[in-house]
Ligand binder design. Structure first.
Ligand code: UDP
Length: 535
């Protein structure tokens, strides 16, 4: 491995001189540690101290130069999980002159992206916290290309799906543990530190109960493009034609106890082939191959459901929840399926029959056991019909309930699907347009007074500039009229480019009028500059 950086590709002496002379340079984006990504020249890492080192010289740059605020609480988040106190990044400082007394640095010639994976043993976390953020952070910086080197500093081993991380660049990713093998002092010639959080849609409940992020910035388009990228790297092509249902099962816990019965019911109801997959029985690649052509994915709540991002547009996602678990409170997969442009139909089924659940009070606490709790608490949990809202990650009642096995009540399950699913076979689902209208142009108003208590207000405008290049099924306009000084306004939806208002229009009054265009009912354009109209 240490061969890899055999210092032939760079001029070692030149690099050392540059480091000694210029020290480290850092320029970052972001106002806060939670939205910051930093770019470094000659960021070093001391493998003995397990600390990054910033070497000061006369020409080093540190922007932002936060002084001691760099520790309040950190320079940046190393993982995509917001403000998690185990995921902070910082560096030590030294004068470049100290290099003379330090071990000879080993230079990493590749452009490097340095980050923490959050939980590389869990497929949801792998995709949501790591793969998508890494992929789109790399898209943000053009020198983070296919030759870029990923360095994972969280300190874990490879984890269950390390091959997926390997797909992101042609170079083998490095783990913190491996850095030692390169020497005592490593210097990254060019590196980026931190991850974009732009792609994440879920917060896991560290400060408030889990749920969708407050301000989701990703759409199905970006998820699907990422999914296509992975499929291409895995040499998987979506096979279309045959309709079939995939039941994604778990084999060690949170089981579906009457799996055979469920498969048969699905096959009969939808007149389709049904197949089961599990992470234990199939390779990840073959699972993606199967899911990418499926009409419906049925699964117990769990990380394996992140694979729903590979479903074709129009497919249905059916998520099963064990007894006493409220589907509304645990929505990472619902949120994913419902992102605009994912074009998936999502349905949650919940076991409401206590007789159909199998509990495991005797298991270790992290698999949902509760025998370590005092008797009273155990009894309360056993009697409870729904897990109350809670924070991550060790709530025993939550773990107890989410690790139950379930016998799915077929009648209620099929009823729900009949009710909730429009024909799940919309494989030919059209990609909805996402082009928004521009501002309406040349908005104008004209007024006239008819009588002491009667006036008219005519508003007209021209179509948005981009409309003449588009085929839009339905073009409407929205007009807001507010009497100056009032808090409320009257909204109107209009089909044409002018309208004369007479109801509620008073003489000798000033009105503020806003106009915008709407494509296909929900694609809103911006308002044109406000019109001031005096009757
Ligand atoms: N897992 C699995 N089969 C099982 C149990 C777990 O494939 O029977 C996988 C699961 O998909 C996830 C990882 O193991 O990737 C950890 O599962 P855990 O129950 O801890 O997390 P959850 O699925 O609830 O997010």
């Amino acid at each position: 491995q240490s061969q890899e950086f055999s210092q032939v590709r760079i001029d070692y002496h030149g690099a050392l001189l540059a480091l000694q002379e210029h020290g480290t340079r850092m320029v970052c984006t972001g106002k806060m540690h939670t939205d910051r990504i930093c770019r470094f020249d000659y960021l070093c890492y001391c493998t003995e101290a397990e600390e990054f080192v910033f070497f000061h010289s006369n020409t080093s740059v540190m922007l932002p130069n936060l002084g001691p605020r760099r520790f309040q609480p950190a320079l940046l988040d190393l993982s995509s999980v917001e403000d998690h106190n185990t995921q902070y990044f910082n560096f030590l400082e030294l004068p470049a002159a100290a290099l003379k007394f330090m071990p000879k640095p080993v230079f990493v010639p590749d452009v490097t992206l340095i980050l923490n994976r959050f939980n590389p043993d869990n497929l949801m976390h792998i995709f949501h916290d790591d793969l998508l953020p890494i992929y789109y952070t790399m898209q943000q910086y053009s020198d983070l290309d296919d030759e870029a080197r990923l360095v994972f500093m969280e300190g874990w081993g490879e984890g269950a799906h390390f091959d997926l991380y390997r797909l992101l660049s042609s170079k083998q990713p490095l783990l913190k543990e491996q850095l030692k093998t390169f020497g005592k002092l490593m210097c990254f010639t060019k590196s980026y530190v931190g991850l974009s959080k732009m792609t994440t849609w879920y917060q896991y409940g560290f400060v408030q109960p889990q749920g969708p992020k407050a301000n989701i910035l990703i759409s199905g388009n970006e998820i699907r493009q990422f999914a296509s990228f992975l499929m291409e790297r895995l040499n998987i092509t979506r096979e279309e034609g045959d309709d079939y249902i995939v039941v994604f099962k778990r084999t060690t816990n949170r089981l579906i106890l009457n799996e055979a019965e469920l498969l048969l019911a699905l096959a009969q109801e939808f007149q389709m082939r049904t197949v089961t997959v599990s992470l234990e029985e199939q390779s990840f690649d073959s699972i993606i191959q199967i899911i990418s052509g499926a009409t419906m994915l049925v699964s117990m709540h769990g990380a394996q459901m992140i694979t729903s991002m590979f479903l074709p547009r129009g497919a249905a996602v059916v998520e099963l929840f064990p007894y006493a678990v409220n589907p509304e409170q645990y929505t990472p997969y619902k949120t994913l399926a419902s992102l605009p442009g994912m074009d998936l139909q999502y349905v949650a089924w919940r076991n409401t029959m206590e007789k159909n659940t199998v509990t495991y009070p005797d298991r270790p606490w992290d698999q949902g056991g509760i025998v370590h709790l005092d008797k009273e608490e155990q009894e309360r949990i056993l009697a409870s019909k729904e897990v109350p809202r809670h924070l991550c990650c060790r709530n025993p009642e939550w773990l107890f309930r989410i690790y139950q096995d379930t016998s799915v009540d077929i009648a209620s399950f099929l009823d729900l699907l009949r009710e909730a699913l429009k024909k799940p076979n919309i494989k030919k689902a059209k990609v909805a347009s996402t082009v928004h209208p521009g501002r309406v142009r040349e908005p104008k108003c004209q007024t006239s007074v008819q009588a002491t208590n009667e006036a008219k207000l005519s508003v007209s405008w021209q179509i948005p500039w981009n409309l003449k290049y588009l085929k839009v099924k339905e073009v409407k306009y929205e007009v807001w009229i507010q009497e100056q000084g009032e808090n409320t306004y009257m909204p109107y939806i209009l089909p044409h480019q002018n309208y004369t208002f007479s109801e509620n229009i008073k003489p000798f009054t000033t009105y503020l009028v806003w106009v915008r265009c709407i494509f296909n009912k929900n694609l809103l354009g911006p308002f044109a500059d406000v019109l001031i109209c005096k009757t």
